[in-house]
Design a protein around this ligand. Structure first.
Ligand code: KG4
Ligand code: ZN
Length: 335
């Protein structure tokens, strides 16, 4: 079954064709970084307008790369939420219309589940049940995943998401938007031990997160070192990254041990962080566990994960076809 996945929840317009939920035939991502860069963050109205410009060429390119005509598509999967409503509506309305015109099934999928399904697009993939840590710009959630469509959220962030903290600290350091990669690049030349920052573990037994205190600690450091902080940016970036990596690593390993899972997955934009990938790999190995990491291209927003998600949803009787009157949603469902 060849599924066309379409995604426009934030600042990437993406389309992909995936066969049977696992084989990527094409994956196209049009980034809007240049549009939002001058504003230091995503401007929702501009994002929606840019998606409207991009959606047809991006879908056309995805079909072309897969060597397919529109009539070769078996079903459409499109992101329903969470995300920016104006942005989401572009792919959502396009996807429904595309499926209606071709008289093929369509399914609206959850963006967060999509990130988890990114781990099935490469082999080997984890065995059920496994623990998934989703760390992105909008969310930091830990899940117990017992089947492709059954996942229990064990914990989430109380305030900033991990990626959001990266972006905000990058802004404080004058590194621009998006900040995650900029911090990671700068941290390479810094010493993570020179500046002491807190590790927000909260209750070590809990699966929740909080990154706003850490962000404030960086802010305080900058305020109390106005003359020197610019020369210390690499050390600040390294110390901040080390704190986030330590906390994420501790929690995902703790969840896997607590739930007796040998396998775990790291997904979402922050899972592209090389230091995090290394640290979780080492820690998992020391515990006799295995961590599955999507390749960097599949960590950030893409439509291959949406197509994979659509495949699993279409096969689950509880998730079957939705009516054309279905709508998008901006916030994550609390399950
Ligand atoms: O999953 P994603 O592409 O979009 C959302 O659904 O939010 O994640 C984007 C987030 C941004 O906050 C970005 O700064 C962060 O992922 N990110 C990184 C890295 N690359 C992207 N954070 C840390 N290290 C990176 N290498
Ligand atoms: Zn995402």
């Amino acid at each position: 079954m060849k599924i066309l996945g379409i995604e426009s929840s934030c600042d990437e317009t993406a389309a992909a064709v995936v066969e049977d939920g696992v084989a990527i035939l094409s994956s196209v991502v049009a980034s809007q970084v240049d549009v939002h860069h001058p504003y230091g963050g995503v401007v929702p109205e501009l994002a929606a307008r840019k998606h409207i410009e991009n959606i047809v060429p991006v879908v056309r390119k995805a079909l072309e790369k897969a060597g397919m005509a529109a009539t070769d598509v078996d079903a459409v999967a499109v992101t329903r939420g969470p995300g920016l409503v104006g942005a989401l509506l572009v792919a959502f309305c396009f996807g429904k219309s595309f499926a209606y015109a071709l008289d093929i099934p369509w399914v609206g999928v959850d963006h967060l589940e999509g990130h988890i399904h990114s781990v099935f697009l490469e082999s080997p993939s984890p065995e059920f049940p496994f623990i998934a840590l989703l760390a992105s710009g909008g969310h930091t959630n830990l899940y117990y995943v017992s089947s492709p469509t059954r996942m229990e959220c064990l914990g989430r962030t109380f305030d900033d998401a991990a990626g959001e903290a990266f972006d905000k600290v990058a802004k404080m350091l004058g590194l621009g938007y998006p900040g995650g990669k900029a911090i990671a690049d700068l941290a390479r030349t810094g010493d993570p031990e020179k500046i002491s920052l807190p590790r927000p573990y909260l209750d070590k037994d809990a699966f929740n997160f909080s990154f706003s205190g850490l962000k404030s600690a960086v802010h305080r450091y900058i305020q109390t070192h106005p003359d020197t902080y610019l020369d210390q940016r690499a050390d600040i970036a390294a110390a901040f990254q080390a704190s986030v990596v330590d906390v994420l690593t501790f929690k995902v390993i703790h969840a896997a041990r607590d739930k007796k899972c040998r396998h775990m997955a790291l997904v979402g934009g922050v899972a592209a962080n090389q230091r995090l990938r290394e640290k979780v790999r080492e820690s998992a190995k020391a515990q006799g566990m295995t961590v599955f990491l999507p390749s960097v291209d599949l960590c950030g927003d893409n439509a291959a994960m949406i197509a994979a998600s659509g495949y699993f949803c279409l096969r689950d009787p509880d998730r079957l076809m939705e009516g054309l009157d279905q709508d998008v949603y901006s916030r994550a469902a609390r399950k």
